[in-house]
Design a protein around this ligand. Structure first.
Ligand code: DAH
Length: 340
């Protein structure tokens, strides 16, 4: 009897569907009962053999069974996906009692920290800040600073030449000339920036480094002003008890010239590893602006005088933080940078 078969199919199918444990199993059951070759379909195909009286009865029952199976299929499908959703909610539970993750904040590079401090000190003394090109004319970098072609000072400052007339500046001193071309005295500026030389990289040399140029031009400026300015600067940077000394030196664009050393604050002049046994550490060069340099900028050396100095930013930063290798500044190792 087809009716019996249909009733059996309904009972079996609904029971199996109710116990199905996943999408794959549900699909297999759907195919097995309702698919083209499924059991309900097979029964419908046999309808032709039935008598005209039986046909509507069996047909009605077959439709009911199909509807019942479809309903069971749908019920199980939504029950399973609700359970899966519930499971997901549980596993992704937000624990609001966990402390938040603090975002890592960057901070300034030690060279920038030292430069900021230096700028503050000079701004406090009435200086303003100027900036100039790193790709510079030979004229500003050498010629106008009293270093003509063939001058031995050029040997110590070999650099990258773009062409005969253009190079990467070897010092910030060209800013002296650029400033005096654009401003009339009184002049009081510092000019920090990158410099380049074809030096091999080692613990104390780098082909890229930074200088801060200083320039003061006015009537009646003397070497005493230079000394007072630099002493004030060093004491503010390294502390009131720091001691400096001026040592005679030669620079082509200052006359007289001096190099300035700070007494080693590690051994206080005794001589130690930090100062290489010297007791003193050289930190800058300076002097009275050479009359020829003033003349090159149309400033009358009979009326005006001035002083200039050049500070090595890496040097003073290394002394400030006791850093013993210049390469640390450029390697971007966060274990080093994180300490400042
Ligand atoms: N530019 C010089 C250098 O790199 C340092 C220097 C010396 C700058 C004397 C000056 C100065 O302004 O007066 O060696």
């Amino acid at each position: 009897m087809l009716q019996d078969d249909l009733n059996r199919i309904r009972a079996e199918a609904t029971a199996q569907l109710a116990g199905a444990s996943g999408k794959k199993e549900l699909e297999e059951l759907r195919v097995r009962y309702l698919g083209k070759k499924g059991e309900v379909t097979a029964i419908l195909k046999q309808m032709g053999k039935l008598s005209p009286e039986e046909r509507p009865v069996v047909g009605k029952l077959a439709n009911e069974v199909r509807a019942a199976i479809e309903e069971a299929l749908e019920a199980r499908t939504s029950a399973l996906s609700a359970a899966a959703f519930e499971e997901k909610l549980k596993s992704e539970k937000l624990d609001v009692t966990l402390p938040g993750r603090r975002p890592v904040l960057g901070h300034k590079h030690p060279l920038s920290l030292a430069l900021d401090e230096l700028k503050e000190i000079f701004l406090g003394m009435g200086f303003s800040i100027a900036e100039g090109p790193e790709v510079e004319y030979d004229y500003y970098n050498f010629e106008a600073l009293n270093i003509p072609k063939g001058h031995p000072a050029r040997d110590e400052q070999d650099t990258f030449y773009v062409n005969d007339k253009v190079l990467l500046r070897t010092q910030t001193s060209p800013m002296q000339v650029r400033t005096m071309e654009q401003q009339r005295p009184p002049i009081r500026v510092i000019a920090p920036g990158r410099c380049y030389r074809s030096d091999a990289l080692d613990a104390t040399h780098s082909p890229l480094f930074h200088q801060i140029e200083g320039l003061v031009v006015d009537k009646g400026i003397t070497f005493a002003h230079l000394k007072g300015t630099l002493e004030t600067f060093i004491k503010q940077l390294y502390g009131e008890d720091s001691v400096i000394r001026f040592r005679p030196h030669h620079f082509p664009f200052t006359e007289p010239s001096a190099e300035v050393d700070v007494q080693c604050f590690h051994c206080h002049g005794e001589g130690c590893r930090l100062c290489k046994g010297e007791g003193w550490i050289e930190i800058l060069g300076g002097g009275m602006v050479h009359p020829k340099v003033l003349q090159n900028c149309n400033i009358d050396p009979e009326v005006y005088s001035g002083f200039a100095f050049g500070i090595g930013l890496e040097r003073i930063t290394m002394r400030k933080y006791n850093i013993d290798d210049i390469r640390l500044f450029y390697e971007n190792d966060v274990r080093f940078l994180g300490q400042f």
